[in-house]
Design a protein around this ligand. Structure first.
Ligand code: NAD
Ligand code: GLY
Length: 372
């Protein structure tokens, strides 16, 4: 088992990562001083698979299972009110804890409910998607969407413990698994050329579901994220690098009503746009942008608009929506751009026209014509 520490003084916590380690949950929760009664928050896909097992492991506690319907549209304020109602009915108090069992949606919603219930109670994360294992369960960003912008209502509330059991990914649909690989490639692009190289070389077994091949990139991603969060918990500056590809990606998700692309797929498209923007701004060499595109494609992620997609309308709406991006300051958009594989810079001098042009990178390349 690997342990990665998120070093935040008295709010430090451990991320335990391994294969078949779910049984360690009682020890992990007691080390994290989680008291009962506990709320186990999950969704309608994950609950039937794993909530019974988790409840059995937690026989020492009174456990109230709260099941949200699965899906991004559950990330809304009304679900926080519903969850807090369940917590009150279950007799949770300031000493109680919330355990999030699921993907990023469950983690973000359960975390935000824990952040606000009784002005904040402890919570733990058992992430069951790749997105959640390498990104959303770590770092304490919790929250919900507003119709005008994704993740615009939320709180920083660090978990007290994170338990990553790789075997929970065995039931994850392949498209969801690939979606999470975008966040790993992102970590490689922003901070670690060796991680990027590994993903280039091992994408094939990973997309086939080889969880042993996925373990090191999960550990490395958690290390990278933990390091950034420890330096800049509240995103005063450095933490914004974790949003590489997300300014474009969030706009694409919003413009397509969160229905067309999975989160990681939108982030992959966003990284293609950011890579093109970096090439156009003469920050990045075209060969590195090509490697990024090929790596994402090898991870079975989209690197262009799907055929027949009305991209001009989506681009107009996406550019308009970017003004709600949390990295925008006084109306100026800020972008995280790579200047080489494994390193990024932040730029606030990008014009709307450059942004619009970057979306051009998503146009379907015409199929090569055959020589006659
Ligand atoms: P998700 O939570 O919607 O899960 C994806 C789907 O997989 C759902 O249908 C879920 O029910 C199902 N599922 C989850 N685990 C499963 C398993 N083991 N077996 C079978 N099915 C399973 O999506 P996600 O990709 O995990 O997370 C995306 C969300 O995370 C977005 O809302 C995004 O904004 C958020 N996010 C937050 C942060 C953060 O720092 N807080 C970081 C990245 C992403
Ligand atoms: N997912 C970006 C962050 O946690 O800051």
């Amino acid at each position: 088992m690997h342990t990665v520490t998120v070093d935040l003084g008295e709010r430090s916590y451990a991320i335990s990562i391994g294969s078949g380690i779910l049984d360690r949950l009682p020890g992990v929760l007691s080390q994290a001083h989680m008291g009962g009664p506990l709320a186990l928050v999950t969704d309608s896909n994950v609950g039937p698979l794993y909530a019974g097992r988790v409840r059995a492991l937690l026989s020492e506690y009174e456990v109230h299972i709260c099941t949200l319907p699965a899906g991004e549209d559950q990330k809304r304020l009304s679900q926080i009110e519903w969850l807090c109602g369940r917590f009150l009915e279950g007799g949770l108090d300031r000493g109680s804890g919330v355990v999030a069992l699921g993907g990023g949606v469950v983690g973000d919603v359960a975390g935000f409910a824990a952040a606000t219930f009784m002005r904040g109670i402890r919570f733990a994360q058992i992430p069951t998607t790749v997105v959640a294992q390498v990104d959303s369960s770590v770092g304490g960003k919790t929250g919900v969407n507003h119709p005008l912008g994704k993740n615009t209502i939320g709180a920083f509330h660090q978990p007290s413990a994170v338990l990553v059991d790789m075997t929970l990914l065995e039931t994850l649909p392949p498209r969801e698994l690939c979606s999470g690989l975008a966040e790993i490639v992102k970590h490689g692009m922003i901070a670690d050329p060796a991680l990027f190289d590994y993903m280039e070389k091992n994408a094939e077994p990973i997309v086939r579901g080889d969880l042993a091949a996925l373990e090191w990139p999960v550990v490395r991603s958690c290390e990278i994220k933990a390091d950034v969060v420890a330096q800049d918990e509240r995103e005063q500056n450095l933490r914004a690098i974790l949003n590489y590809g997300h300014t474009f990606g969030h706009a694409i998700e919003s413009a397509t009503r969160y229905t067309r692309f999975l989160h990681g797929e939108a982030v992959a498209l966003g990284m293609i746009c950011a890579g093109q923007l970096a090439v156009d701004a003469r920050l990045l060499d075209p060969e590195s942008a090509r490697r990024q595109r090929d790596c994402l494609r090898a991870c079975r992620l989209p690197v262009a608009w799907p055929e027949g997609f009305e991209s001009p309308a989506a681009v107009d709406e996406a550019v308009a929506l970017m003004k709600h991006d949390k990295k925008a300051r006084a109306g100026a958009l800020r972008f995280v751009l790579p200047d080489r594989i494994g390193h990024v810079v932040q730029r606030a001098d990008i014009s709307r026209e450059q942004v619009r042009k970057a979306f051009e990178a998503l146009r379907q390349m015409p199929a090569p014509t055959r020589a006659t």
